[in-house]
Write a protein that binds this ligand. Structure first.
Ligand SMILES: O=P(O)(O)OC[C@H]1O[C@H](OP(=O)(O)OP(=O)(O)O)[C@H](O)[C@@H]1O
Ligand code: HPA
Ligand SMILES: [Mg+2]
Length: 179
């Protein structure tokens, strides 16, 4: 699996350091507010798993599965809800956790949906932001790292469902997806 990686973009240590920082900020922000923390499957799983342990106040968790990439490296543009929330967002402080914002299509769809469902507040925290990939105007409230316009994998991010279990963020050798 690691032989398929051309270079490591963000190391395991850098990721964990950033998560500790984010956890501290979020603890202060959400102290006493009991936010609904929503992870977007499947990519956000490692980030969510690590980050929630660094948030030192009560939170409620839920998961939503949306998909627009299939097995491709470019978004289809069509966002499908594969699994909806179990919890109502109405009147709640919602904290959305994402692994990456690329075209912005996935999150703009979700944010609009949560506003329509009358969330009290919606905050977006993403581990990675790829601003050069943007197709719609969407700015996260917090981004851990800015990444270049390349297809990245690891720490939740997949190519054709693989590499999610790498503990770092890397760039795949082009021959893996070109041929
Ligand atoms: O800003 P965008 O261009 O919409 O891309 C970002 C979204 O794409 C990926 O999810 P994907 O649909 O591949 O599902 P997955 O998390 O299960 O891999 C990623 O996890 C984000 O949710
Ligand atoms: O660069 C990426 N890598 C993996 N999944 C993604 N989904 C959007 N962008 C990416
Ligand atoms: Mg994916």
């Amino acid at each position: 699996m690691r032989d398929d990686i051309q270079s490591v973009l963000i190391s395991e240590e850098e990721i964990q350091e950033k998560i500790a920082e984010l956890g501290k900020e979020l603890t202060e922000e959400y102290e006493g507010r009991f936010p609904l923390v929503i992870g977007i499957l499947k990519g956000s799983l490692p980030f969510m798993g690590d980050l929630i342990q660094k948030i030192n106040t009560h939170v409620e968790l839920d998961l939503m599965d949306v998909s627009s990439y299939g097995n491709e490296t470019v978004s289809s543009g069509e966002v499908k809800i594969v699994k909806d929330l179990n919890t109502s967002v109405e009147g709640r402080d919602v904290l959305i956790l994402e692994d990456i914002i690329d075209s912005g299509l996935t999150l703009s769809y979700i944010v609009e949906l949560f506003r329509y469902r009358k969330a009290k507040s919606v905050k977006i925290v993403t581990l990675l932001d790829k601003p050069d990939g943007r197709k719609v105007d969407l700015v996260p409230d917090t981004a851990g790292f800015i990444v270049p316009d390349e297809f990245v994998v690891g720490y939740g991010l997949d190519y054709a469902e693989r590499y999610r279990n790498l503990p770092f963020i890397g760039i795949l050798k082009p021959e893996i997806y070109e041929g």
